[in-house]
Design a protein around this ligand. Sequence first.
Ligand code: OGA
Ligand code: NI
Length: 346
Amino acid sequence: MASTTKLLLTDLMSGMSHVPSNYIRPFSDRPNLTDVQTSDASSIPLIDLKDLHSPKHSDIIQQIGLACQTDGFFQVKNHGVPETMIKNMLSIAREFFKFPESERLKMYSDDPFKTTRLSTSFNVRTEKLSNWRDFLRLHCFPLQDYVQEWPNNPPLFREQVGEYCTSVRGLVLRLLEAISESLGLEKNYIVKALGKQGQHMALNYYPPCPQPELTYGLPGHTDANLITILLQDEVPGLQVLRNGKWVAVNPIPNTFIVNIGDMMQVISNSRYKSVLHRAVVNCNSERISIPTFYCPAPDAMIGPARELINHDHPAMFRNFTYAEYFEKFWNRGLATECCLDLFKPT
Ligand code: OGA
Ligand code: NI
């Protein structure tokens, strides 16, 4: 059957009425699409960054700290990334995934360590079960080191995606200062701990799925990096685990979803939590989401901040390099057990 040789889901699934068997989760691990709460501003906090540099500064810092502590997730508005850049970013991603297979496949690779690549699922080299997702992954900082590897079709791809990355980086740096401050650390503590920091991005494409109750776009996982800034289109799909229940985070236009990654949990000595989240799919609409992952340098030594270790809060993790963590994270596949458990003190 010709279709089984397709590399990407987008090309495999057209006209299909059932999901192939490698996408079907065991009974105990299916999304249960009816038992989900819907978020409102009171469940996943929505923080207005307009007042970050005003007399309300300490109030905003407190809101951020509380959100990181209790939810590991928050939404931000008035974040400084212009509306037109967001719109361009989403439409360019949509356009890219509409290209003929031959055009998209120029970027295909199943090597997770390649800096620019189009792939599918999560890690096709190691996983047995597949996820209902194709994705283009890009390294974006320093921009000039990577931009020439990026697709040059759509013709404005490099320019518009480059502008978006640079603007989101500004937002990340403001958030990292605010988060350092909320932990009682020096403003530049976290940025300094990262060494020559990296910024990666995924353009996630979730095609409509004939049987969304059997599979995931992405199963429950935590993010390995420091902090993630997610842009999603108007189609819901992201769910966050909150008090043992999955909460759907419904899109609010021009709002980003921010979540704490594993490295922030380590630096904060578990004061802040890297929380499980997942993406579900649906029968009717394709969905695009664009996470920006901000990361330490591969050789950065990551460990709990000394200021956050004391008699009542012993160190929860040993020190390790981000390269060591990243390799374990990708090779074990997406698993609900957090990879952090492998880095407890010895
Ligand atoms: C991710 C992720 C969520 C989404 O790419 O790590 O959690 O809604 N994505 O696509
Ligand atoms: Ni994630």
